[in-house]
Design a protein around this ligand. Structure first.
Ligand SMILES: [Cu+2]
Length: 466
């Protein structure tokens, strides 16, 4: 563990007001408070103007979606303050897209040219749009200071992409996200098959300060085939389905092949993750100890005492990914207790560091990553721009339908092996989606050799992606 680097980084975080004392020796992360973190060697984070690691240099600004052509579907989202009345009846002072939280549900079809215009009316923190789980071209990824400047009040930014993945996704700001996403800067994105799909219901769960966890969705509905569960929080959500048997149709926007019936199973959705559930009859879908929605029946209290769903062995077995792998990467996640200037603090590290060095890959490589959690907290790891396939957990090979994920909950003590094809050039965030952890520095980048960025942390737009 590189304690020296950790301690070098910490003072500037403390100086920036990034970490505040909460209670007896427990810290929480509140903000970067406008100060730029220390310099890192890549422009993706730290105030540099990027590296040109290869001779065939490319800028993220060239890695766009289709710039020409009339969009098949166009949306405008305006970020603004608004009072939002939640399903519980409580009213919150929220940051919103178009005055609602969640923001408007965006529904598109695979292959369409999608254009989204983001405007910022009055959100002083700045705003971007990140398409969580959708592997868009790098310039459309919406990460302030990496792929664009944050959109300041009065500003505008246009995103254009042609989604090929079908499934359940969501969007959220990736500027000061630890503060602004919990306050409402998020919404659901559904990509339907080109030919359309059957009826579905979206249940997006979000925890609001002083209110608790609420589910945005229908209060009660006739039986539907597909229920899309979306975790917009920074912590795990446990869902249950009470009533008839059900199936898990998709994980993080990728269909499960040959899903088999489940009954009483707890569906554990990591922060940022999505599960599509197939109902076979009247059922209640709800959060354990939280709100529930009845489908073809009145809602019942969720049970939550069954076994936890395990995608490792679910569905029709797919041929394993055996390589050969062109590159092996390792991420050791940890919880560090440090005392700096007499202030006891907890920080969460990757390979012993806050904001560790980027991992470099070459376009086309098949990459294997070992992710080990040596710490005491779960870490929902989210690599932008790619889906990873789980190979094994704690040495036990995945034997079910290919488990593709973009939000992988790594529990304390667990080790995952995952693999992905490096086929989407750019500079991609790879971070914990517990946004407080990310804000404190649990963030690294995947850097394609030869790609640079003109954007920087801080700067005139106050770029602060975490
Ligand atoms: Cu974490």
């Amino acid at each position: 563990m590189d304690t020296a680097r950790l301690l070098r980084t910490l003072p500037s975080l403390l100086a920036a007001g990034a970490i505040a004392l909460l209670g007896a020796g427990v810290v929480t992360v509140v903000a970067h408070a406008g100060a730029a973190p220390p310099a890192a060697p890549v422009g993706a984070h730290g105030g540099g103007h990027g590296t040109h690691a290869g001779h065939a240099g490319r800028s993220v600004t060239d890695l766009t979606g289709p710039r020409d052509g009339v969009p098949d579907v166009a949306f405008t989202l305006t970020a603004r303050h608004a009072a939002v009345t939640l399903p519980t009846g409580a009213t919150v002072d929220a940051l919103t897209f178009d005055g609602t939280a969640p923001g408007p549900e965006l529904r598109v079809r695979a292959g369409q040219l999608v254009e989204v215009t983001l405007r910022n009316l009055d959100v002083d923190e700045g705003v971007t749009l990140h398409w969580h789980g959708l592997d868009v071209p790098n310039a459309e990824d919406g990460v302030a200071g990496v792929t664009q400047d944050a959109v300041v009040p009065g500003g505008e930014h246009v995103y254009r992409f042609r989604p090929e993945q079908v499934g359940t996704f969501w969007y959220h700001s990736h500027q000061d996200s630890a503060r602004t996403v919990p306050r409402g800067l998020f919404g659901v994105l559904v990509v339907e098959p080109a030919a359309g799909s059957g009826p579905d219901a979206v249940l997006a769960a979000h925890t609001w300060d002083d209110v608790g966890t609420v589910v945005d969705g229908p209060a009660r509905r006739d039986t539907v085939g597909r229920v899309r569960l979306v975790n917009t929080d920074s912590v795990t959500q446990d869902w249950t389905v009470t009533g008839g048997p059900f199936t898990v149709l998709a994980i993080d926007g990728t269909d499960v092949d040959g899903p088999t019936p489940l009954r009483g199973t707890v569906l554990r959705v990591p922060a940022g993750g999505r599960l599509d559930v197939g109902l076979t009859g009247p059922a209640t879908v709800g959060i354990v100890d939280g709100p529930a929605v009845g489908f073809g029946t009145d809602p019942e209290p969720p049970a939550g005492d069954g076994p936890v769903f395990d995608p490792l062995h679910y569905g029709t077995p797919a041929p394993p990914e055996t390589g050969p792998f062109d590159r092996d990467l390792t991420q050791v996640l940890d919880t560090e207790r440090v005392t700096q200037r007499g202030v006891p603090s907890i920080v969460w590290t990757i390979n012993g560091s806050l904001h560790p060095e980027p991992a470099t890959v070459t376009d086309g490589e098949l990459v294997r990553v070992t992710i080990r959690n040596d710490g005491t907290d779960p870490h929902p790891m989210h690599l932008h721009g790619h889906h990873v396939r789980v190979l094994s957990r704690d040495g036990v090979p995945a034997t079910g339908s290919a488990w593709w994920t973009d939000s992988l909950g790594v529990e304390p003590g667990e080790t995952y092996e995952v693999a992905f094809r490096a086929a989407n050039p750019g500079i991609w965030m790879d971070h914990c989606h517990n946004l407080a952890h990310a804000s404190a520095g649990m963030v690294m980048h995947l850097l394609y050799e030869g790609v640079s960025t003109p954007f920087e942390h801080g700067g005139g737009a106050g770029n602060t992606p975490e």
